[in-house]
Design a protein around this ligand. Structure first.
Ligand code: SAM
Ligand code: SF4
Length: 359
């Protein structure tokens, strides 16, 4: 089967509908060839520091939502975060991503701003910095940009506002339009803007997923961090999925396959963006992230969270790498990249070529 570049919504849906194993392989091979030609066979690291699990939000799928009182909350002390940042810099990780639950109070905003400055200082400006700390005002985003962060990741979760509404409380604090407006603010300020979706959500159609890819194009997105939805047992969506018998091995395999198809089809449609092979792929399959690289992804986010806090940052069940320390993660992940035949862009920021193409 010859896979040609998708141009329309129908083309996207047709590719996302493939299930025949030979056709699937042809899809992944075509996407890998497009990756090689446009962003190279080089994988860039963004060491992921999950520095706090306090959150003011209550997203119905997420294990650290504020109503989950099984979670022991933590804030990583500043010095511990800086030690992890130093480790990442010394190990030539190129970039770091700071991620946490969402908070909008002044103390948090100051704290993140200080962290960004300190990490830039300790690495003599060498570590690239991505933030992934939720919805904020344009002023806040600007402060952090001026402190030295240059990329921001805010998943739209789904481009379908009606589906979004089923996944979030209708309390005025979880509004799809606000999230989209945040992406516009980030673009105006000058960030490299990342977004993404969760794949295989209850009620989500292939049309929704095709629309997510069109959303990435229409929003002129530079980097995409998307991944399969994975059940957390103590959340409303997780309970609904478990009660409906929709978390069988067959269902997990289907969600993994859909996640890989989304990477491949997005790569074919948007050849020069950065696409991450996310940890959620590995939660569904031991080789999930390698498969993601083979399907067209070119970014990995090795976990650099302080080991003692990892068991408290569980967005979903069976999260991988929870028991490992950074050195183990580093060795494991470089072996994974080598097994695919890609090389690692050590010490490089690995910015999205798309960001520079549109200048
Ligand atoms: N709080 C910030 C936010 O929501 O943008 C950043 C951290 S949040 C934990 C990062 C991402 O985790 C979310 O955008 C969401 O897509 C993902 N996530 C949460 N629960 C998940 C689940 N059960 N399965 C897969 N991904 C999940
Ligand atoms: Fe909080 Fe982000 Fe989880 Fe929503 S997805 S509950 S904002 S950490």
């Amino acid at each position: 089967m010859t896979i040609s570049q998708p141009k329309t919504r129908d083309d996207l849906i047709a590719l996302l509908s493939i299930t025949d194993p030979d056709e699937l392989q042809a899809l992944y091979d075509a996407a890998y060839a497009v990756k090689a030609a446009n962003v190279g066979r080089v994988v860039y690291y963004r060491g992921l520091v999950e520095f706090s699990n306090y959150c003011i939000k209550d997203c119905k799928y997420c294990g650290i939502r504020k109503s989950n009182d099984e979670v022991e909350r933590f804030d990583t002390p500043r010095d511990d975060i800086l030690a992890m940042a130093r480790w990442a810099w010394e190990n030539r990780y190129g970039s770091l991503t700071l991620q946490s639950g969402e908070r909008q109070d002044e103390a948090f905003i100051d704290y993140v701003e200080g962290l960004v400055r300190d990490i830039k200082d300790l690495s003599h400006g060498e570590l690239g910095l991505t933030l992934c700390v939720g919805e904020q005002t344009e002023d806040t985003y600007r402060r952090w940009f001026e402190a030295g962060a240059h990329r921001y990741l805010l998943r739209i979760e789904t481009s379908n506002p009606d589906l979004y509404a089923t996944l979030h409380p209708q309390d005025g604090h979880h509004r799809w339009q606000v999230r989209k407006d945040c992406l516009d603010s980030l673009r105006r300020i000058g960030y490299q803007v990342g977004t993404g979706d969760m794949i295989g959500l209850p009620g989500q159609t292939l049309g929704d997923l095709a629309d997510d890819i069109l959303f990435y194009r229409d929003m002129d997105i530079d980097m995409i961090g998307m991944g399969p939805y994975v059940v957390h047992h103590n959340t409303p969506v997780g309970k609904q999925v478990l009660a409906g018998g929709l978390d069988s091995d067959e269902e997990k395999r289907r969600r993994l396959e859909l996640g890989l198809k989304m990477i491949a089809v997005t790569r074919l449609f948007l050849p020069d963006v950065n696409i991450a092979a996310t940890t959620a792929l590995q939660a569904l399959h031991p080789l999930g992230r390698e498969l993601g690289l083979k399907a067209g992804a070119n970014v990995l986010m090795p976990i650099v969270t302080v080991p003692k806090y990892r068991p408290q940052y569980l967005l979903y069940d069976n999260k991988p790498c929870v028991d490992e320390v950074p050195d183990q993660c580093k060795n494991c992940i470089s072996a994974r990249v080598a097994s695919v035949g890609d090389t690692i862009g050590l010490g490089q920021w690995g910015d999205s070529p798309h960001f520079f193409h549109k200048k």
